[in-house]
Design a protein around this ligand. Structure first.
Ligand code: PYC
Length: 432
């Protein structure tokens, strides 16, 4: 039998002796110019860079991040994937992402631990049940495996749930979506970063964008109605590591999407709210599926290590503050115990928050803008992780072909002035 590259003892000795680990991607200084600069080193930015290089042969690309790769929403989400949305546009888009996630481990040669364990959204009221039926019908028409199931079937999928009728929020049924599940989110960051690096993309960490350089703009770009070019043309970015020239700059940030976009003179209809999450101590596996309760503002899944990962609604106040609050912990505990009274003795180990950029219709803003060469992939609200692969694939196509691919055309910024919103609030995991 061949010798493993790293035995457990070898790993320990390497750690103890502080031997240097081989780098998974290069540590580079920024060049003076690139064909494309991507702002934001999360899954969206890295995926865009990877698909630019792999699908379109555009490799003179830099991804810049003011912190480290995956330090924003990519490392803070609750790792849930699904495609059971409410609009045909949303379903088609997120389903393509699920396809890409399905083959990612082999495509990128790194195990992203996709656990296709099913996703169940509980209905506690007649109106919630009606929305679940609506979603199931939209889903089925698009060929998505999604249906409404009874409380008894809910119990079969998740035996720890209390389906008795004498509770404050009895379970009346659920939208069940077998292709949904969880994925190791850090692994997705590493997989895209390593693959992009191997194709020649530069990833530059601790490089903060201070301004977006443009030329030829007239008045305010936000006033323009006919789109591209009215606000001028991008020429590059000013960063904490110096100026970088580029004819194309892509905003793939979350949390700071509006601040970055303001630098290009493109106003976005986004407010930023923190979303808190928490994790328990590990216990023996007992929750085989992802469970979501909109009315109780909670979603939960059990990791392969046995911890329960919980998320909730976004905090009600727009802020960039990412401190955890006691109010969140208390509400979460109360709601979780209504669903699963048996876990009352489990200890919560950690809580954290990420920033969610909320748009008026709960759909993202993607594609070209009024400023030539300035593109956005922003406004992900609470859906960013699910959409990472398809966003990267489609944004890369938008850049390479200078057009709007069909899958993302509905998410153009112009929909807010044209009145063609893509309303996905009804598909949010929990009420926000
Ligand atoms: O929409 O499924 C969802 C979700 C899970 C966590 C945040 N959003």
């Amino acid at each position: 039998m061949g010798k493993a590259k790293y035995s457990a003892a070898g790993l320990f000795i390497r750690g103890a002796r502080k031997k240097s680990w081989p780098r998974v991607w290069r540590d580079v200084e920024p060049k003076k110019s690139y064909d494309v600069v991507i702002v934001g080193g999360g899954i969206h930015g890295l995926a865009t860079a990877y698909y630019l290089a792999s699908n379109h042969g555009i490799t003179n690309v830099a991804v810049v991040d003011k912190a480290y790769l995956g330090s924003g929403g990519s490392g803070r989400n609750t790792a849930i994937v699904r495609s059971n949305y409410l609009t045909p546009e949303g379903v088609a888009f997120y389903d393509r992402s699920l396809d890409l996630y399905n083959t990612m481990s082999t495509d990128l040669n790194l195990n992203v631990m996709f656990s296709e364990r099913g996703h169940m959204t509980l209905a506690h009221t007649d109106s919630a049940l009606r929305t679940m039926h609506w979603r199931a019908e939209v889903n089925k028409l698009q060929g998505i495996d999604s249906s409404v199931i009874s409380p008894e079937e809910v119990k079969k999928e998740a035996p720890s749930l209390d389906i008795s009728t004498n509770t404050r929020y009895p379970i009346l049924g659920a939208l069940y979506h077998p292709p949904g599940g969880t994925i190791r989110h850090d692994a997705v960051v590493w997989a895209y970063a390593r693959a992009a690096d191997s194709l020649g993309v530069d990833m530059i960490q601790k490089c903060e964008v201070l301004d977006i350089m443009c030329e030829g703009g007239e008045g305010s770009a936000a006033d323009s109605t006919d789109g591209k070019g009215a606000g001028g043309k991008v020429t590059g970015v000013k960063t904490s590591l110096g100026d970088i020239a580029a004819p194309v700059v892509v905003n793939c940030t979350a949390g700071w999407a509006t601040n970055i976009s303001d630098m290009a003179g493109v106003k976005l209809p986004i407010t930023t709210h923190p979303l808190q999450a928490a994790v328990t101590e590990p216990v023996k596996s007992f929750l085989p599926t992802v469970v979501v309760s909109g009315s109780l503002h909670v979603y939960v899944s059990q990791t392969d290590r046995g911890e329960l990962v919980f998320g909730a609604s976004v905090d009600p106040v727009a802020t960039y503050d990412m401190r955890g609050t006691l109010a969140f912990t208390e509400e979460l505990a109360g709601h979780v115990l209504e669903l699963m009274p048996a876990i009352s003795k489990m200890r919560l180990m950690r809580q954290w928050a990420g920033l969610c950029d909320m748009t008026p219709d709960y759909s993202p803003v993607m594609g070209h803008t009024q400023v030539e060469g300035y593109l956005v992939d922003v406004g992900w609200g609470t859906y960013g992780f699910k959409a990472g692969p398809v966003s990267g694939e489609q944004m890369a196509a938008a850049i390479a072909t200078e057009s709007m691919p069909e899958l993302i055309a509905p998410f153009a910024l112009s929909r807010f002035t044209e009145g063609t919103l893509v309303g996905e609030k009804g598909a949010a995991a929990v009420g926000h």
